[in-house]
Design a protein around this ligand. Sequence first.
Ligand SMILES: [Zn+2]
Length: 248
Amino acid sequence: MRGWWQEISGLVLPVACGGCGSPRTALCERCAAVLLDVRARRVRPAPEPAGLPVVYAAAVYEDAVRAVLLAHKERGALGLAGVLGQALAGAVREAAGVPRDGPLLLVPVPSARRAVRARGHDAARRIALAAAGELRRTGTDARVAAVLRQRRAVADQSGLSARQRLANLSGALEVTAGGDRLLEGGRVVLVDDLMTTGASLVEAARAVSGPGRMAGGAGAQGIPGFARRSSVAAVVASTPASFEINRN
Ligand SMILES: [Zn+2]
């Protein structure tokens, strides 16, 4: 219920820029430029956790970008999903290139169910839908395949160290019944609004890797049709430090 009310109230109540607070606009030109007038880049958290796919990010998680993502995720500024989706689409393009066989399958990293209930919406999924729409408009076959779900409760990630986050999330996600079929014949791109330690993307990559899921399991023994499914990842924003790794 919260969702539709906020969507409607955004149309009739005075708004302020989600990035900087400028009046009478949901997003001012300057803040939009920080998200859109950039080329997505490869990002790597330090330390880089084992099993992290190649990740591209559109923007640095600071200042206006941070404010816009929080306004969308926590304060229900749903009108920002469009521009966040555009930014994510740029990162998806860099991560996946031009798909040669089959569509790009954008797989959102699911939030904890409790968080989704409290916020009234699933931010990553909403941005993924906007990104897929943007990709299709610009001629790339893309769709959202929301096939991941949490198989068990996890602790709130904030306040946990990188190592604690990996342990907290290990084995936490699974592909829904029928989800493997949805992933057939496309290129999997894991998508999220934000990367911090990379723990969520490690777990998501493990979960989508396919029927030969276990390292050294059926996939490794070369049974046809049971190859592990590889993935790349794209996020709207990532920590400043994760961009700096590219400088060498
Ligand atoms: Zn602004």
